[in-house]
Unconditional design. Structure first.
Length: 163
């Protein structure tokens, strides 16, 4: 959603300096009004970085306005996360992020099924699982044969009920 008060990003780019934003905001108080920020941050569940990208301003500008309008990221407890806006760079094993949504990754899901089956049916512990996966030549997300204990535990805990 673009606003009529937006500055053309072709003039400045997305990483323009904070002081230019401050000057523009003081001369145009409607650029980031509280209702618009609340809509983006609270209702749509966008991060400060995503809001800055949409509005063509610096992230620090958005953060300072959030604090000024009492919509501080640390102070706004009632803000619910948006399930259609997954922001972490490393999704859980068995998933991939597309357009901000977690989608099942079929190739990783096969590995998850194998881990759950080995731990549940064959009674292989999470500590012995890395050696078993290496013996079976099962590669991890990075394409190596090295598996960690906690990775296997998290996969089992996440998928044991559904697989």
């Amino acid at each position: 959603m673009k606003s009529e008060f937006l500055v053309d990003q072709a003039d400045y780019g997305t990483n323009r300096p904070y002081y230019r934003d401050v000057i523009e905001f003081w001369s145009n108080p409607y650029k980031l009004d509280p209702a618009q920020l609340k809509h983006f941050y609270v209702e749509k569940g966008l991060s400060a970085n995503q809001i800055a990208e949409q509005l063509g301003v610096a992230k620090s500008t958005v953060l300072s306005r959030l604090r000024r309008f009492k919509l501080s990221p640390k102070g706004w407890i009632e803000r619910a996360s948006n399930p259609n806006n997954y922001r972490l760079s490393n999704p859980p094993y068995g998933y991939v992020v597309r357009d901000g949504k977690l989608i099942v990754n079929r190739s990783e899901l096969k590995v998850c099924r194998l881990i759950v089956w080995l731990m549940r049916e064959r009674k292989i512990s999470a500590g012995a699982m890395p050696q078993e996966l290496e013996r079976r030549r099962v590669k991890n997300r990075k394409g190596t044969l090295k598996w960690g204990y906690w990775t296997i535990r998290k996969i089992f805990e996440r998928w044991k009920e559904t697989l």
